[in-house]
Design a protein around this ligand. Structure first.
Ligand code: G1P
Length: 297
């Protein structure tokens, strides 16, 4: 019987160079989409999928993430004392993680995603775990929930996937399927390669920032040398798993935004704001008026 997936690793050590100077002194994971930071969406996605324990793999200038998920005692007291701030108080309290359920460890050197996951090894112990890259914002927890289910049933690792045009594959990990894609979006995987040249890519299905992994991947990473870009690549350890046991991909049916670049982040902000009852109509009207006017500021 496979073990339940209870823990998530959130690699948040990245420098956020595509958002400089905003990220000079601030973690890119604290960029807001409407009224909450990106990292909170990742945590909420986990909670909705039944994961309650978190390992944040952080770096310098990231302490705001730790503060964000703590109780803000003075703020909460002040809001509680003001009779008309109950909604704000609730929002603030909801952003906390239960005591003892989050650990923060530093990656220290930017040696790659595989290395970031490896830095979490002592806190993961000997059980399966999820990895979420918070730059990628998922519209709901449907993909993660399905991936956990596939992992628990197959006792093998699972990666989140999406299809991209062939000329875009070289920026990603690309899977080599060993069978047809099911109606449920699940596909068996026999191999994968990190950032291949277009003509060497085994498919047009790329790995997105969602993983549910069996624990043996940690020992495999331990043995890895540098891969693509000179980094310790998670994809290289996953390829070894896929060669020796069950391994699946799940093509997402949930909307996905890559907020790791300003354009993707802006589209996420607009999309999320349009879906908010208190903002959507006004924003829609303003955008129509603004686009009709044409000229730029
Ligand atoms: C990482 C992974 C890659 C994956 C991508 C998804 O790459 O190594 O396999 O496709 O995330 O965003 P990075 O974007 O860190 O270069």
């Amino acid at each position: 019987m496979a073990q339940r997936v209870r823990k998530a690793v959130l690699p948040v050590a990245g420098l956020g160079t595509r958002f400089l100077p905003a990220t000079k002194a601030m973690a890119k994971e604290m960029l807001t989409v409407v009224d909450r930071p990106l990292i909170q969406y990742a945590v909420e996605e986990c909670l909705a999928a039944g994961i309650e324990e978190f390992v944040f793999v952080t770096g310098r200038n990231k302490s705001a993430i730790e503060d964000h998920f703590d109780h803000a005692y003075e703020l909460e007291m002040t809001l509680a004392q003001r009779g008309n701030k109950q909604a704000e108080l609730k929002q603030t309290e909801q952003a906390t993680i239960k005591p003892g359920n989050a650990i923060f460890t530093r990656q220290q050197k930017p040696l790659g995603l595989g290395h970031a996951v490896w830095c979490a090894r002592h806190w993961i112990g000997r059980e399966p775990f999820a990895v979420l890259l918070p730059d990628e914002l998922m519209g709901d927890s449907g993909l993660l929930t399905q991936m956990i289910d596939v992992c628990e049933r197959s006792d093998g690792s699972v990666v989140g996937l999406t299809k991209v045009p062939r000329d875009k594959v070289s920026a990603y990990g690309v899977i080599d399927p060993s069978g047809p894609l099911g109606d449920d979006g699940v596909v068996p995987v026999q191999s994968m390669v990190e950032k291949p040249p277009v003509d060497e890519a085994p498919s047009d299905l790329i790995i997105i920032g969602r993983y549910v992994l069996t624990n043996d991947v940690l020992d495999l990473i331990d043995q890895l040398g540098p891969g693509a870009g000179g980094e310790i690549q998670l994809t290289d350890a996953l390829r070894q798993q896929a060669a020796s046991g069950p391994f699946h991909g799940v093509v997402t049916r949930t909307t996905r935004f890559d907020t790791g670049n300003p354009f993707g982040w802006l589209t996420a902000v607009i999309d999320y704001a349009l879906a908010r009852p208190e903002l959507g109509e006004r924003l829609d009207a303003w955008m129509r008026e603004r686009l009709a006017r044409g000229e730029t500021t």
